[in-house]
Ligand binder design. Sequence first.
Ligand SMILES: [Zn+2]
Length: 504
Amino acid sequence: MDGFYKSTYEEDGKKYVLVSTQFEEVATRRAFPCFDEPSFKATFDVSISHSTDYTVLANTIIKDEGVGDDGLTLTQFETTPKMSTYLVAFVVSKFEARGESPGKDYIFKVYSRPEATKFMTVPTTYGTTLIDLLSSWTGINYVDLGNRQAYQVAIPDFAAGAMENWGLITFRHSAEVDLLDEAEKTSHSAKQRIITVVAHELSHQWFGDYVTLDWWSDTWLNEGFATYFEFHIPSETLPSSVPLSVEQSKINTPREDSSKFDDISYDKGGSIVRMMRYILGEQSIKDGLREYLHSNHHSNTNPSQLLSSLNQVAGGLDFVKFMENWIYQAGINCASVGRCDIIAYVNPSSADDVSFKLPNSTCNSDYISKQNFTLDNSAFSNISDTGVLHVDILKGVLIWDWACKLGQEDCINYAITTFEEYKNTNSYLSETIATNSSIRKQDASYVFRAVYSNNDVGVDVALTFLENNLQKITETYKGMSALSNLINGIADRVKTEDQINRVS
Ligand SMILES: [Zn+2]
């Protein structure tokens, strides 16, 4: 199945023969003499002589058809754009086409054996949408790449998954998995797989065909981009997302029932529950859900009962309104994260202008420049308050982390001062030898390791502590092995002559 090869398939108990091509990477030379390397680009004028009852396809649309000297039909194709040899393709078969592209300046069609043409819902529905999205994303219309033809062909006996021949993309057909679907029977995930493969191959028309890698050493220039776009482009507008809940009147038949046992109900459903837990907090959501179970016992519910129970524990937030669009609105939401004063905020946005409310979206200002970023010192006192919620501490750590990474002066000064204090007081290490310490003796070495293994300064801190408290450490640790392990651990990390002298 390399080069120009013969293939067969059966329909109605009869065997049919077709010929097709697979040239990537080095099989074009097996079909015709050429400099078969990607950097040698040329235009190709393809003519195929064939029996009248066969359909012939090549990279470009048919220019002319006539009768050759041998009495066979001679089909001539338009000159191809300038391209690499591995992208040349032709197919001679009894295939039939489906797919229309009215209003487009290119011709989109899907070809397969006649019996399989009823399985083309996915590629014919989404093919032109994907091409238009790629045209818009790259700023180069498909037709401006240099080819008016965008054909997809399902080939039996095809070794590769699919091949991005310019204008004549070939797909594996044997299992009917990569291009063809049975509308009623094909699973949602199998349809997604088809869209992904079609998007991948169409992306190659820009990344690979129009602009081609110089040599196979840089294959990622083709495949890396096609793989990126196979996920990115379908996610732009295709209906891979549906609402979590729909109106009850829309679900009537058993088939409609089972359609709701999809990834959205399972995965998005689980994510939404998790999101609600983080918005409300562990205790509140427990309280709310206990109320929900209690007040609806032996009964039936819809989301409004759930939200009404959770609303009671939402601490003033209109939880019903807040969750409405998460539950009843389709769309793929993405969030841009920025900062406003010291509060991190999340701005909801989505490709289809669907907005999703987010708990911290209180600040609507655009990204605030580093210079304008001021850190309110009161944030620190809040964080050191042992009474604050765990989540506030985490949020505080995050704010510190961002502020210091962004070079916020207050934060850096605070970090330096705190670190100096820490070095001088050694309160963390002192805890290991304190009477009634909360650190268990067997864990003391972990505390030391945490101090000396993080950075060079830590070695000095641990050494100083060891020198100043040797007696107490020996008494506390009792056995010598714990002490020798501790000294060995520090000794492994000493770097300066001074440190060596101190250890010895
Ligand atoms: Zn590819």
